[in-house]
Design a binder for this molecule. Structure first.
Ligand SMILES: O=C(O)CCC(=O)C(=O)O
Ligand SMILES: [Fe+2]
Length: 293
């Protein structure tokens, strides 16, 4: 039997627009905390949300000054190095490696192993999607973000549901006027968690919010079908079908944290021109993953 694309693809955008306007972000998915540590009660709340929906938002854990400062410093660095960025060629400077056309071998792992920060331009244009590895070597304060996103509190909450997940790489995504993004997809057929932190306010769909299909982490059959499918929209792991009623876009403030099961259907939403978004992403993986990679 041949799998086919579901015609609901077109409707999702409309629904997301509606939901963004209506609930930014849903109270049900939100855990508000104060201080830099999570209480046992909050860890349990987070674990329950991850288990039930595959995603949740934690607000109030990050120091707003650090978030702002890291955001400004990265922005300034990108602005100062625009010329190199435009060339899109492999360039090594005193402070950083610009891996224009992905010449560093070994994929993401290869980039993370470099002794300098690696600025990887996924798009070819000046305003292409930028993925930064080893950010602490560029902006030492970002170490504090690593300590929040990969720290004991969040890890303990995640480990209640997925006992073997541990933080690995910290990346920064910079989207400036990115008007095309990959559609709904799974990062993996087995459990992988990402902990995102918005470093800029994401106020509407125009800013390119993170989107998630609630509960899709539990839909193993659909995931298997999508991975098995002979023809998918773009590449392996793209979803064949998502329930538009459960597709949800996350508005949020700088400092908001989104904990997300990446074996559920998700995407970054395309931006409108002149909109910018910056996100710190901590990738969790099971201890056993190293052997498979
Ligand atoms: O840019 C985003 O919001 C999500 C990107 C994505 O699909 C991922 O990090 O796995
Ligand atoms: Fe993804």
């Amino acid at each position: 039997m041949e799998d086919h694309l579901d015609s609901t693809y077109g409707d999702i955008d409309e629904l997301l627009l509606y939901k963004m306007a209506a609930v930014p972000p849903s109270e049900e998915l939100l855990v508000e905390v104060s201080g830099d540590d999570l209480s046992e009660e909050n860890k349990i709340k987070i674990a329950n949300l991850i288990e039930d929906h595959g995603v949740c938002v934690v607000r109030g854990l990050a120091d707003p000054h650090v978030v702002r400062s890291v955001n400004l410093k990265i922005d300034r660095f990108i602005d100062d190095n625009k010329d190199i960025a435009v060339r899109g060629k492999f360039t090594e400077t005193e402070n950083a490696i610009f891996d224009g056309t992905s010449q560093i071998e070994g994929g993401n792992k290869g980039k993370a192993l470099q002794p300098k920060p690696v600025i990887h331009f996924r798009g070819e244009k000046d305003n292409g999607l930028i993925d930064i590895f080893n950010i602490e070597r560029l902006v030492p304060e970002a170490l504090q973000l690593r300590h929040v996103l990969g720290g004991d509190s969040i890890k303990a909450a995640i480990n209640r549901v997925f006992p073997d997940q541990r933080p690995t790489n910290l990346n920064i995504y910079v989207n400036k006027s990115i008007q095309e993004t990959r559609g709904f997809h799974y990062d993996s057929s087995t459990p992988i968690i990402k902990v995102f932190m918005y470093l800029t306010d994401v106020e509407s769909v125009d800013d390119g919010p993170y989107c998630y299909v609630l509960g899709s982490h539990g839909n193993e059959e659909e995931r298997r079908r999508s991975y098995r499918a002979k023809f998918v929209p773009k590449k392996k792991g793209d979803t064949l079908y998502v329930d538009p009623k459960k597709a949800f876009a996350f508005a949020g403030k700088a400092g908001d944290i989104i904990i997300s099961c990446q074996h559920g259907a998700h995407r970054g939403y395309p931006q409108k021109e002149n909109h910018e978004r910056m996100v710190a992403t901590m990738i969790y993986r099971p201890y056993s993953f190293e052997d498979e990679a």
